[in-house]
Design a protein around this ligand. Structure first.
Ligand code: DGY
Length: 322
């Protein structure tokens, strides 16, 4: 008999097909991912053994307490897990898994897109074209910033941070980083470690965030830390909006203290702060750094694999703790 799984997020045809094939699957059929309340309700209604969902579904302590005893594994289709109350999950004996590795390349590619678009005025050029162009642009007008030769500061040198570093080297950038721990030389691959976030900032022509959200990083980018960046620096965030004080970021962009930003993530999603949409020097995307066919298939398959392993009594591939 197949195990019952609630697929609480809208996902690719391939993932839906595999979920139907391998599980007794209850599939989200609305226009949106299930909320935490909807996921819990579906788990109870169907006495599910496994839950698949993504960052849009908040599984807080109350939601975890309301899950039926039948649920053994919560497999998030994401590498981040700040939408899950991990302490509550552990206390309940719920196994939680995520999907590392499979999204590293696409997320790093998207980071480069953001770096390039912010430095090279991607939004403004695109806007001019869609408005019809029709006017020569002088040699001294609408100039961007060259990326080669620039210092890229990476906050969070995990898998994604390192993949960004590898790409940045290809663009002739100098890479420095700050992470909780210094990496061994083979993983640093020439990147220079700076022992504190604050000490790194004055050296960053471009700052990119690749650290998880949480108490230690909440609003780590704020008026005080933004002021430590060199005037005219570029800021990129493809990690989580929670790392940023958005009022301070808006002020720094509007005043021109920052040259530009590339933002894929926001404190509130999808109802992001619309002031950013009014700024010409911001390149915006809707939290889609991993959104390629290949990667979204890979993430969903990895989550299904994790659920299947737990339900067959084996250790999952990507447990959040052991
Ligand atoms: C992740 O995997 O954490 C992404 O941000 C989700 O889209």
């Amino acid at each position: 008999m197949k195990s019952r799984l609630v697929l609480g997020c809208l996902t690719t045809e391939g993932v839906v097909a595999r979920a139907r094939d391998e599980f007794d699957a209850v599939i989200a059929d609305g226009k949106d991912d299930m909320s935490g309340t909807e996921l819990v309700a579906a788990a109870n209604a169907h006495q599910a053994a496994a839950l698949l969902f993504t960052t849009t579904t908040r599984l807080d302590g109350a939601a975890i307490a309301a899950l039926p005893a039948s649920v053994r594994v919560a497999a998030t289709v994401s590498v981040g897990y700040d939408h899950i109350d991990i302490a509550a999950a552990r206390a309940r004996g719920l196994i939680v898994t995520n999907t590392p590795d499979v999204l590293t390349d696409c997320t790093a590619d998207h980071t480069m897109l953001m770096i390039l678009a912010a430095c090279r005025r991607g939004y403004e050029y695109e806007k001019i074209m869609r408005e019809g162009w029709r006017r020569r642009i002088g040699q001294g007008e609408l100039l961007g910033r060259r990326v080669s030769g620039k210092r890229l500061g990476i906050f969070g040198m995990g898998r994604i941070g390192r993949a960004v570093a590898a790409r940045a080297r290809g663009f002739g950038m100098e890479v420095l980083y700050h992470s909780r721990n210094r990496l061994p030389a083979e993983l640093e691959a020439g990147a220079r470690y700076v022992p504190t976030f604050e000490a790194m900032l004055p050296e960053c022509d471009i700052l990119t965030l690749h650290a998880p959200a949480g108490a230690a990083t909440d609003r780590i980018v704020n008026a005080r830390t933004l002021a430590l960046l060199p005037p005219g620096a570029v800021f990129v965030n493809v990690s989580r909006g929670g790392l940023v004080d958005e009022d301070a970021l808006f002020d720094a962009l509007q005043s021109g203290r920052l040259f530009a930003a590339g933002l894929d993530v926001f404190r509130a999603e999808p109802d992001f702060d619309l002031r950013f949409a009014k700024l010409q020097n911001v390149f915006l995307t809707p939290h889609i750094a991993s959104a390629t066919q290949e990667t979204r298939d890979g993430m969903g398959f990895r989550a299904l694999d994790n659920a299947a392993l737990v339900l067959s009594g084996q250790a999952p591939r990507d447990p959040l703790w052991r």
